[in-house]
Design a protein around this ligand. Structure first.
Ligand code: M6R
Length: 628
């Protein structure tokens, strides 16, 4: 949830450490934006220099202009999504040791903080904040002083290792100490941490977006590892001090991908990247004969042949992408597919066997609920394949295999291009299974792949032709309090996704439901002018499904609803019954979610804009949910 960043550069002091951290924080602000803070250390400092403020990063930046920090050799910075203690200046990070010689920033939750705090209080320590992180700061200060007593010199690295062993819960902690002014140390458990390898300098951060303008070369830091960084010298060990060799990787996108590049918001930019997300995810996954090749997945074809059941896990948008794929994979591969919300998975005591393939979907690769579900699945001997958008993140690292989506970094809290990329990757997986199990003929697979390859152009068509009318309708409906979203079959998860988008960024009460369920309750919500958005399937491809949905439109219309349809071009039945239609080009029903969702993404965006809300950073939310 929180974003952390650190920098250690050449021996000379300068403003660069602070600049790097502030730029990193602006890139990580999507992870949390309740408060922000920085701490700097340079030679001859007696105490850490720091500043921290409640509110957005801009509040801190303004304060730093009024009260500049001294030039430094190292810096750490934090942007917070509050878990322990309300968002205010005091609870903001960094937190200090008792003597103010050490500062830490923390992402995660320390579960034994209450007991540790009690022990420290009994030794005379006092606390100013309500956070668990301050407990870690005070404890680290105490450990560091014990080491100085034992050895006669400071050793922040060893102090951090000892701290790591004493903490329960989850953490990525960065620390600086005025007695080692060129060093930044870190420890991590179950929270993300990557290192960026620069020229005579090293960056530490929750994810690579923080330092992508400086370097594309990065290291993944493993579970229960400690790191010492001094300029470009990096030492990584476990908590017992045994050396560890971290895995190096190269980021495959540019700094421009995390810039707005002229767009009003990241969300708008990312919706316009939907076509590229589908195209890139399909790319380079075929051999010369057109067969699907998933070599990167490193799962033996023989194992794939034995898979007799799939369980898809994910949260929010990722779980809806899973629900879409269920329809397609069951149809193509003829094996049962179950979709379970990650946070419900372990507690539902799922039936898993070595023949069960668990597919974990996550844009960020850091969603804690999904990570915990993966661990449970692997303990039960199931094979876990993750579908993920973020290199170097925890979920692919802890899975047996990974199929990356190539949507590029997604910054807006509301997920858009990741959704279409996730469906594309799941479809590739489904078709691959159909190929190895022989449940579809080669030409059938090719036919579906052709429809998938045609999707980017169809999305472009929607972006070009529908945007204006969607914006007009959003402006007209801006004061509506309730929206109902209806869909059947693959249109049902699309309705759920549309409802989630509008809810999370426009703060409108929405209900997504299966159109057939309407008569079993939700229809009671319909009164004069309540807007109902309906995903209408193709009349050519699925006639029966189509006529059922048309009947649903008639039912709500008869009760006064204002009906908005997402429908295939030139569908005469829709024209007869819907008040407004957002057209989409023709495509087979199973691939239609990839296009149907686009008007819904745009609608949520324009509603939030019409309400003058911060589209990219909706209240109470964070991009990456790294606590359970
Ligand atoms: O990073 P993940 O894909 O694991 O995130 C899962 C959900 O938290 C995420 O999709 C969330 O629902 C989005 N804010 C929806 O727009």
């Amino acid at each position: 949830m929180c974003g952390i960043v650190g920098y250690s550069g050449p021996i000379t002091v300068s403003n660069k450490p602070l600049e790097v951290c502030l730029q990193g924080l602006s890139r990580l602000e999507y992870r949390g934006y309740d408060s922000a803070g920085v701490a700097c250390v340079g030679p001859h400092m007696d105490q850490v220099a720091l500043d921290k403020k409640a509110g957005r990063l801009s509040v801190l930046e303004e304060d730093l202009k009024l009260h500049p920090l001294p030039e430094a050799q190292v810096c750490i910075g934090h942007t917070r999504w509050a878990t322990n203690g309300e968002p205010n200046d005091t609870n903001a990070h960094p937190h200090l040791s008792k003597d103010h010689k050490i500062a830490i920033i923390h992402n995660g939750i320390i579960e034994n903080a209450v007991r540790l705090k009690f022990e420290l209080q009994s030794e005379g320590y006092s606390f100013t904040s309500q956070t668990d992180s301050e407990v870690a700061a005070k404890l680290l200060g105490r450990i560091a002083n014990v080491i100085i007593e034992e050895t006669g010199k400071p050793n922040l690295f060893e102090a951090m290792r000892r701290l790591g062993k004493m903490l329960d819960g989850t953490f990525a902690i960065l620390a600086v100490d005025v007695r080692q002014p060129d060093v930044v140390c870190a420890i991590r458990r179950d929270e993300p941490l990557v290192l960026g390898l620069g020229d005579k300098e090293t960056f530490l951060a929750s994810d690579v977006t923080a330092f992508i303008s400086y370097t594309k070369h990065a290291l993944e830091i493993g579970q229960d590892n400690a790191v010492m960084v001094q300029g470009d010298t990096i030492v990584v060990t476990d908590f017992d001090g045994n050396k560890v060799t971290p895995k190096e990787f190269t980021v495959d996108w540019d700094a421009s991908a995390v810039e707005k590049s002229g767009w009003d918001s990241f969300m708008k930019k990312e919706i316009h990247e939907d076509p590229a997300a589908v195209r890139e995810t399909l790319m380079s996954r075929f051999d010369l004969d057109g067969n699907i090749k998933l070599d990167e997945v490193h799962i033996d074809e023989k194992l794939f042949k034995t898979i007799d059941r799939i369980v898809i896990i994910g949260c929010g948008t990722a779980s809806y992408a899973g629900q879409v794929a269920k329809y397609a994979i069951e149809h193509w591969v003829r094996i049962p597919v179950e979709v379970i919300l990650s946070h419900e998975f372990r507690y539902s005591d799922p039936i898993l066997t070595p023949q069960t393939l668990v597919v974990a979907i996550s844009q960020s690769g850091e969603t804690m609920d999904t990570l915990m579900a993966i661990r449970h699945a692997r303990e039960q001997q199931a094979t876990v394949l993750s579908i993920c958008n973020t290199q170097g993140s925890s979920i692919p690292r802890e899975s047996d295999a990974v199929l990356y989506t190539h949507a590029g970094p997604e910054i807006a809290v509301a997920s858009t291009k990741a959704f279409v990329a996730q469906i594309t990757a799941e479809y590739l997986l489904g078709l691959y299974l159909a190929q190895v199990k022989g449940t579809l003929f080669h030409d059938e697979i090719n036919g579906i792949l052709s429809s998938l390859r045609a999707i980017p152009e169809k999305i472009d068509w929607i972006l070009k032709h529908d945007s204006e009318s969607i914006q007009d309708v959003a402006q007209k409906l801006v004061s509506q309090q309730t929206f109902l979203f209806l869909g059947r079959n693959v249109g049902y998860p699309v309705a759920l996704e549309g409802a989630l988008k509008l809810k999370e960024i426009a703060y409108t009460f929405t209900q997504g439901c299966a159109a057939g369920e309407l008569k079993h309750g939700p229809i009671a919500l319909i009164e004069e002018n309540v807007p109902v958005i309906v995903i209408v399937p193709s009349a050519c491809d699925r006639n029966v499904l189509h006529s059922k949905v048309i009947s649903n439109i008639e039912e709500v219309k008869a009760r006064g609803a204002y009906t908005i349809a997402i429908a295939e071009e030139a569908d005469p039945d829709v024209e007869r019954y819907a008040d407004v239609i957002f057209w989409r080009p023709q495509c087979p029903t199973l691939v239609s979610p990839l296009v149907d969702v686009v008007p819904l993404q745009l609608f949520a965006l324009y509603m939030a804009e019409a309400k003058q809300l911060d589209v990219d950073k909706p209240r109470n939310l964070a991009k990456s949910v790294t606590v359970e």
